[in-house]
Structure formats: structure tokens, C-alpha cells
Ligand binder design. Structure first.
Ligand code: ATP
Ligand code: MG
Length: 283
């Protein structure tokens, strides 16, 4: 049976548990347990701090894990990144106090930079030929310049609000991150087959996110116009109605373009438009 390591609490825990739930796998969300069995898929679930997940997977304590790519890059453990999971998006950036007249990377020469990601940062400075002092601190990195511990910071940014609150300005984005599924390299065939099943479930969930199932009635002579409005569709499903002048059209649309398309369809005579949630896209 596979063992998966997930974050016990914190930012990734909830999205991880709900991705698994959408995939028909219920794991206890409780962080008081260290290990439990999931329902809906043969899986042991190991609850760890996110920092420990790459190592647990590299050692084979867990066969797979869900963790931020930032931790995978920082810990440099021997794990395989199997797929991106579409949540926990953030970037790792260099930020300087807002009063600094920043002219480019050369500014960091000889400066002290506080971070919880020393490996990623040292590599970035080395790749760019910058000699800076990297100071590793465990938390509250963003207050380091204000208290005189550093000249700048390198940290996780999502909205950027925390930087602004601390009088800092983001200057260089070094890398992007999101939650990823990782595995121990060279697992046996049985485990790989189980992992493929799990990936297939996650993939179908990710593909259905943001998608809506839309059906509407349309005068039969407007089919060509409707198809032109719905680009990228191989072919919408067209069903006859009792009235031979009318048809029912069924399409899957992303919510980003939903309202725009609905307006265009109404303009060519679409009526009785139903928009339904889509649970799964299985290809
Ligand atoms: P742990 O106790 O498990 O070590 P933590 O305090 O290190 O937790 P969290 O703050 O829970 O970590 O963040 C976990 C992960 O969430 C990060 O490593 C990153 O991949 C992702 N993340 C996404 N957006 C943000 C953000 N704005 N700040 C921090 N982490 C973020
Ligand atoms: Mg952590």
C-alpha cells in the first residue's frame, strides 16, 4: 500500500485534503495524528511539517508527498516531481527596504540578505556572479531589515501585502512555486501502478476546476453561428427537440469566458441557458 506525506497544518494542508477528497479519497484533516488510513483509495497518510516532506519521500518513509516546489528546491533531496497541483502558488523574491535606490542585482554585492531559503538564494547569487552574505533565519524574515539583522530579504511572496506592511519592495523574482506531487525514485511496479491511478484522479480533478457544463436551446439555423462563438470545441453536442426548428446544444466552458460567451449566444437567439457545475473531466 502507498504512503503519502502531506502537511500536517499550515497553508497547504486544507487544499491538499480537499484535492484528495475531490478525488474520492478521504483523509483525516486532523493534525493531531501522525498517520492514518485514507478511505476511498488504499493509502496511508503521514502528516508532517512541510520542511520534512522532501526528506521523508527521498528516504522512502513515504512513497509520495504533496509539498511546495520551493521546499523541494531548497532541500535538494532525491525525489521526482510528478505533477503540479494548481494550488499554493507563490514566488520567491528578493525585496529591499523601500527607501533604497535599487538599480539592479549589483546592489546586492556585499549586502546581508536574510532568508529561510539559503540553498536557492546562494545558487541564484552564484549564477549571477554576486557576492552577498546569506543569513539563514527560521521565521519572520520580513522584519530582519527593520531590526538591523539584514539589508534585504529573500522570501515567499504571494500578494505582496506582507512586504508592503514591512516597508519593503519586491525587486527580483527568483523562482515560482506551487504545490507538487513528488515520489521516491525507482519504486517497484506495483507502487507505480497505484501512483498512476492517483495521478489520473488528480488530473481529472484539475482539468474540471473552473469548468462549467452549459446547455441551451437554439434555433436550428443558428448552429453554425453558435459553433463559431465556441472556439476550440471539437464539436458541441447537439440534440433534437420536439420542435423540429430547435435544437439543444451542450458544451463545456471555462468560467473565465462563461459570461462573455453566454451574452454572444443570447444575441443569436439562445434561450433557456443552464449552467451546471462540472465534477470531473475524464479523458
Ligand atoms: P510547517 O509548520 O509545515 O513547516 P510553514 O510555516 O513552513 O509550515 P506554511 O506557511 O504553512 O509553511 O506554508 C507552506 C507552503 O505554502 C509554503 O512552503 C509555500 O509552498 C506555500 N505558500 C503559498 N503562498 C504562501 C505565502 N503567501 N506564504 C507562505 N507560504 C506560501
Ligand atoms: Mg515549514
Amino acid at each position: 500500500m502507498l504512503t503519502i506525506a502531506i502537511q500536517n497544518k499550515g497553508r497547504l494542508n486544507e487544499d491538499t485534503v480537499s484535492l484528495m477528497l475531490d478525488a474520492g479519497i478521504s483523509a483525516s484533516a486532523s493534525h493531531r495524528k501522525l498517520i492514518s488510513d485514507a478511505k476511498g483509495f488504499p493509502l496511508h497518510v503521514l502528516y508532517l511539517r512541510d520542511d520534512d516532506i522532501p526528506q521523508a519521500v527521498a528516504m522512502g518513509v513515504a512513497d509520495i508527498g504533496i509539498v511546495g516546489l520551493n521546499e523541494v528546491l531548497e532541500k535538494e533531496q532525491d525525489v521526482e516531481v510528478l505533477m503540479k497541483l494548481g494550488f499554493g502558488a507563490c514566488r520567491l523574491s528578493l525585496a529591499v527596504p523601500k527607501e533604497v535606490d535599487y538599480q539592479g542585482l549589483k546592489w546586492f554585492e556585499g549586502k546581508r540578505v536574510a532568508t529561510s531559503y539559503p540553498v536557492i538564494l546562494r545558487k541564484f547569487f552564484a549564477d549571477n556572479g554576486i557576492n552577498a552574505q546569506v543569513h539563514q533565519i527560521a521565521g519572520s524574515v520580513e522584519v530582519a531589515p527593520a531590526v538591523g539583522m539584514a539589508d534585504a530579504i529573500f522570501d515567499i511572496v504571494s500578494s505582496g501585502g506582507t512586504l508592503i506592511q514591512n516597508g519593503l519592495r519586491e525587486e527580483e523574482t527568483v523562482t515560482f512555486s506551487e504545490a507538487v506531487l513528488i515520489s521516491t525514485p525507482n519504486l517497484d511496479d506495483d507502487k507505480n501502478r497505484e501512483i498512476e491511478k492517483l495521478k489520473f484522479r488528480f488530473q481529472s480533478i484539475l482539468e474540471s476546476r473552473g469548468m462549467k457544463y452549459v446547455l441551451f436551446n437554439l434555433p436550428k439555423n443558428k448552429i453554425d453561428e453558435a459553433v463559431a462563438i465556441l472556439p476550440g470545441m471539437k464539436s458541441p453536442t447537439i440534440l433534437p427537440l420536439a420542435n423540429p426548428e430547435w435544437v439543444s446544444l451542450h458544451v463545456v466552458l471555462h468560467e473565465d469566458i462563461l459570461w462573455e460567451k453566454i451574452e454572444q449566444l443570447k444575441n443569436i437567439g439562445a434561450t433557456d441557458i443552464l449552467v451546471l457545475a462540472l465534477e470531473n473531466v475524464i479523458r
